[in-house]
Design a protein around this ligand. Structure first.
Ligand code: SF4
Length: 352
């Protein structure tokens, strides 16, 4: 009795940098410029099939077709907030799901993307912190979040990408770095490195590597001004302390005019006193930095409450008086659970 051979699995031709695409073409006996053509078709033109790649010979397209695939995520749900924020739930071919959020502003259109399905870091203000880590996203899947969003809402080009969704990007370092390289490649989507921001809760070794290997912007989640409070909010602080994190930020290589963004969620009675504001001013005052204040976004399972607006303004004033650029990030998409820290599981999550 002859067993039926399973069909050979095709490899995704997505998730390669331009250089890797050129190398692959060399390995296939083709000229490296073929790699440039394919990269352009995949990322600039968002080709759904090899058939569309009309400047590539038919026979080579057939060869590619037999060995490779161009996978996409399926958009299984779309939601729109009263403030214009959009959220899509994506499903990858293996069934893994993440959400991405699109935030329109007059001068820019920002997408917030995920790097992991779930998260292992258990920050206590974050709904994803209550999920287990399912898996890392591959580089092509991270980039696909941007492509799928643009496909779903084609009217305006996405201008900014922030890696602040589900998961800790530095815990999926290689794929995160790879995705930033693909996104900023001229022949592809061509995002400026200044408009691509990777956020971290302070995974010091990878953050240091990122500073050496990438020119993309960095955002660091502080959320507290003393070790005990930060450890309570972000257990990772027990491994990489606030003091060590700030020392690392002080040495972080910043290309021209760039600065580190510090994220600070304001939680009523936890980290939002004027004493906290003064300590924060002292901690980041000597660094080339900007502080983004974010009012805690409540969700049913959390006992934390948002800091009242008036206290937020007082907190902000202390920082501004210390000449620290400080913006109050508006909470967007709360009504569709798309704001920072509100998403989870099927609804997924946006971390900060
Ligand atoms: Fe993970 Fe970010 Fe949520 Fe912390 S805030 S649990 S790092 S997703």
């Amino acid at each position: 009795m002859s067993a039926i051979e399973p069909a050979p699995q095709k490899r995704p031709l997505k998730g390669l940098t331009l250089e890797q695409m050129r190398d692959l073409m060399r390995d296939l006996g083709e000229k490296p410029f073929r790699g440039e053509q394919l990269f352009r078709w995949i990322y600039r033109e968002d080709a759904a099939s090899f058939e569309e790649m009309t400047n590539v010979s038919k026979s080579f397209r057939r060869d590619l077709e037999s060995e490779f695939e161009l996978p996409r995520a399926e958009v299984v749900k779309q939601q729109e907030s009263v403030d214009g924020t959009k959220k899509i739930l994506l499903q990858f071919p293996d069934g893994a799901r993440v959400e991405s959020v699109l935030i329109p502003e007059p001068k820019r259109l920002t997408i917030c993307i995920s790097t992991q399905v779930g998260c292992s870091l258990t920050c206590t203000f974050c709904r994803t912190g209550t999920m287990k880590l399912e898996r890392n996203l591959a580089a092509w899947e991270i980039v696909e979040e941007v492509q799928a969003m643009q496909r779903t809402y084609p009217d305006r080009p996405i201008t900014n990408v922030v890696f602040m969704g589900m998961g800790e990007p530095m815990m999926n370092y290689d794929n995160t770095l790879q995705a930033t390289r693909i996104l900023t490649e001229d022949l592809g989507q061509n995002f400026s490195t200044r408009r691509v921001t990777v956020s971290t809760s302070g995974i010091i070794p990878e953050m240091t590597r990122f500073g050496q290997q990438s020119e993309c912007s960095l955002a660091v989640s502080l959320h507290a001004t003393d070790e005990a409070t930060r450890s309570r909010l972000m257990p990772i602080n027990k491994k990489y302390s606030l003091a060590e994190l700030l020392r690392t930020c002080g040495k972080y290589p910043l290309p021209n005019r760039k600065r580190i963004t510090f994220q600070y969620i304001l939680i009523d009675g936890v980290n939002d006193s004027l004493a906290d504001a003064k300590r924060l001013r002292g901690l980041v005052g000597s660094l080339k930095s900007q502080v983004n204040l974010i009012q805690f976004n409540p969700y049913a399972e959390s006992d934390f409450r948002p800091t009242p607006e008036e206290r937020i303004r007082e907190f902000q004033k202390v920082l501004l008086d210390g000449k620290i650029p400080t913006i109050l990030r508006k909470h967007r998409g709360r009504d569709i659970l798309a704001a920072c820290g509100q998403l989870k599981d099927i609804e997924s999550h946006t971390g900060v």
